[in-house]
Design a protein around this ligand. Structure first.
Ligand code: C5P
Length: 301
């Protein structure tokens, strides 16, 4: 549990910094929707490898289990296609948001997912929250708002800060819902985590391909090729995001979604420090107050 949470802090820190950098660096621009597909394929293959490993590399047994749990359970696959659709939208929104917001602003805005996760945990999982926990959620929202005001008043050219912020807030809503929905499915049955991930991966890969067209990248992929603009940096982002997805699944199984949110909050501090060194990020007083409030609310919670 704690190993997975610590890995998530590290992964979160580096992912957002690299993802942001990959969107602003000079040179040919890759289509972010193709990166989402690569990430889904990578996760899918990794989960198949884990299934094989769990069965001591017995291919026949693995195929038999896949037949029973994936091809033989279309109802379960359909149920899990809901979070997979939502995550596909979310993963595309994250690239969009990080194209328009600097890393610390993105990180602080994305903390709203703690609030949405709590709301969905209460309504869908029947969890109850204490008064202090509700107060901490209000403080969290305040802190996020402060950091947002600070960011929109220091706008860079070529960036659409408002649409970036709307995207990050939408991603916070999808994150809360999909995370809790996945937790409910996972903890409500005996199907293993990795089998669940394979069930989810089938629809995620398909939906990822569809999202290339939704997001309007279809034409550029047709004319420039799928891997246009792919540098080692882009591959690093893809791999880091795939690792993150797998670690999230482990965290949801052994801890819960709310603790997952705490790990993400903590990574604000670590990625801000990286940004001060790498992107010449100068935190304003309002931003620091907002970030402190976000982290204090996390402690209170
Ligand atoms: O920010 P958040 O914690 O909502 O991010 C969740 C990430 O984990 C998404 O990129 C999603 O695709 C991934 N995930 C996954 N497998 C799961 C649950 C989440 O790959 N079972």
């Amino acid at each position: 549990k704690y190993g997975a949470l610590a890995t998530l802090v590290l992964q979160n820190t580096f992912l957002v910094v690299f993802m942001r950098y990959s969107r602003i660096v000079e040179g040919p621009k890759y289509a972010s929707s193709t990166a989402v597909v690569c990430m889904e394929v990578l996760k899918f293959v990794s989960c198949l490898c884990v299934l094989l490993y769990e069965r001591n590399f017995n291919f026949q047994q693995t195929i038999a289990d896949l037949k029973t749990d994936v091809f033989g359970r279309p109802d379960e696959c359909l149920k899990i296609a809901v979070p997979s659709l939502i995550y596909t939208i979310q993963n595309n929104l994250l690239y969009f948001a990080l194209s328009h917001l600097d890393t610390p602003t993105f990180q602080v805005g994305y903390q709203v997912k703690i609030l949405t996760t709590a709301l969905f945990s209460v309504t869908m999982l029947g969890k109850s929250l204490s008064k202090i926990q509700w107060i901490s959620l209000v403080l969290l929202t305040l802190g996020v708002a402060m950091a947002q005001i600070s960011a929109t008043s220091a706008k860079d050219e070529g960036q659409n800060t408002w649409s970036g912020f709307v995207a990050v807030l939408m991603a916070a809503c999808t994150s809360g819902f999909a995370g809790v929905y996945f937790e409910k499915i996972l903890k409500g049955s005996t199907t293993s985590l990795w089998m669940r991930n394979v069930q989810m991966g089938c629809s995620s890969v398909l939906l990822g391909v569809v999202s290339i067209y939704w997001s309007g990248d279809g034409e550029s992929v047709m004319s420039n090729g799928f891997f246009y603009g792919y540098s080692p940096l882009v591959w690093t982002v893809v791999i880091l995001q795939a690792i993150g997805g797998l670690v999230v699944a482990v965290v949801v199984k052994y801890a819960d979604n709310i603790l997952k949110g705490f790990a993400a909050s903590f990574s604000i501090i670590t990625s801000c420090i990286l940004c001060i060194f790498f992107f010449d990020f100068k935190p304003t007083f309002l931003f620091v107050t907002g970030a402190v409030l976000v982290n204090y609310s996390m402690y209170l919670y």
